[in-house]
Design a protein around this ligand. Structure first.
Ligand code: NAG
Ligand code: NAG
Length: 224
């Protein structure tokens, strides 16, 4: 059990400063799964959120509810065997690319060809204008929103040119029309509105954070 707790804890280090161990970033897909399972187990065991919080702070309470929660989490994640060893499930998650896992977990809406062509045209203009290299553009098309400055500038340029982003680095309603056929459009809208409140140091930071937030949280993925 110990190691998986360490890993979970590292992910939830926002809850607590654990110690000085190096931080492993869980792939977003795994993090999402853990979050979902935590929510499910809280509901199932009727535990207070405090129970999960203490668990991720490595404080193992001995009361019945805390034990039930721990058991639920272990069972549902299926990543640990009876003896407390990792099984292959966890390894698989780490082997996979972030994007593959994400795509497998969420329904997808393909970008209409006409929009894709606009995005491609904008991308080639933005490569010229921002001096970004091809890798920067490739990363974008792989939905890998890197936080280096050239990538952020490229993203900002692209959002401006396609008109999905405003000058301050916020996303507009235009993006929602792409989810027009989805029955989860309302949920997409909620995520968009919430992520849209992000404010970075510069407009280039703002768009980067907003897009990342949206991609991480939207229940429906746009795929190219
Ligand atoms: C995303 O882009 C960064 C920066 O170029 C790179 O280091 C990283 O390997 C890429 N991640 C994936 C999953 O392709
Ligand atoms: C995002 O915020 C900007 C300004 O802060 C606003 O103009 C725009 O309508 C918002 N977009 C959405 C989709 O809510």
């Amino acid at each position: 059990m110990f190691y998986i707790i360490v890993i979970f804890s590292l992910f939830f280090s926002a809850y607590a400063q654990i110690d000085s161990r190096p931080v492993i970033h869980l792939p977003p897909a795994v993090a999402e799964v853990v979050k979902q399972i935590t929510a499910d187990c809280l509901a199932e065991t009727k535990a207070e959120p405090e129970v999960a919080k203490r668990f991720f702070e490595l404080k193992f309470d001995k009361d019945e509810i805390s034990k039930k929660f721990l058991y639920c989490l272990t069972r549902k994640t299926n990543y640990v065997d009876e003896d407390g060893h990792f099984n292959d499930g966890l390894i698989t998650l780490f082997d996979s690319s972030d994007r593959k896992e994400d795509v497998q977990k969420r329904p997808v809406v393909p970008l209409p060809t006409i929009v894709l062509n606009e995005v491609k045209k904008a991308a080639s203009e933005c490569i010229k204008e921002t001096g970004a290299n091809k890798e920067v553009a490739d990363n974008f098309f792989n939905l890998n929103f890197s936080s280096d400055l050239p990538s952020k500038k490229f993203l900002y340029c692209l959002c401006r040119k396609t008109n999905y982003g405003d000058e301050d680095g916020h996303l507009n309603d235009g993006l929602l029309t792409l989810f027009g056929e989805s029955d989860r459009k309302d949920d997409v809208q909620k995520v968009l509105e919430s992520c849209n409140k992000t404010k970075g140091k510069t407009n280039v930071d703002t768009i980067h954070q907003t897009v990342k937030c949206f991609y991480k949280n939207t229940p429906v993925l746009l795929v190219i």
